[in-house]
Design a binder for this molecule. Sequence first.
Ligand SMILES: Cc1cc2nc3c(=O)[nH]c(=O)nc-3n(C[C@H](O)[C@H](O)[C@H](O)COP(=O)(O)O)c2cc1C
Length: 187
Amino acid sequence: MEKKINYFENPGAENTAKLIELVKERKEELGIENIVVASVSGKSSVKVSNSMPDANIISITHHAGFRGEDELELEQEYVEKLKREGIPIYVGSHSLSGVGRGISNKFGGITPVEIIAGTLRLFSQGVKVCVEISIMAADAGLIPTDEEVIALGGTAKGVDTAMVLKPAHMGNFFDLRINEIIAMPRP
Ligand SMILES: Cc1cc2nc3c(=O)[nH]c(=O)nc-3n(C[C@H](O)[C@H](O)[C@H](O)COP(=O)(O)O)c2cc1C
């Protein structure tokens, strides 16, 4: 089987429109229904929804307090649009840091789950994010684990990485399968 991977010259939000175009193509080719998007503000999810209005989109944001205090980073204009489209916005603990981050922040060192995150970042920030949000969406009961989904993640803002994967729950993390990389930044 031959498949195409698109490599972006640089990571970042500038790749969002092209990535969404590539995801739409692969979604149609594979007949995938569920699309999981890492979208801190909601903006990238709105763009995915504009391009694929019939998809079952799940929008995942940072947990409250990620940037400090109890703040959420969602932006109201995107939240309203996503609500109008019936797109769930999931807010919860990050599966690839979790309490592990609290332990390493307080006592130093690194927990096994943070090593998994660091290893996935060898590919790109987005590869780690795609895996992380798929676990979160599966654990929230928002996507099935017995069929492929497409996950989109990025480098701080926008999306630059997309993968076809079969999700798993936290408790059987190593059953997750990364089946295809649609696009990622090369450097
Ligand atoms: C749960 C979660 C974890 C994330 N982790 C990282 C990360 O480790 N590295 C990174 O560069 N971006 C990370 N992001 C940012 C996303 O990859 C993506 O660029 C961002 O959510 C897009 O938001 P926007 O739609 O507001 O532009 C994370 C986002 C979420 C929701």
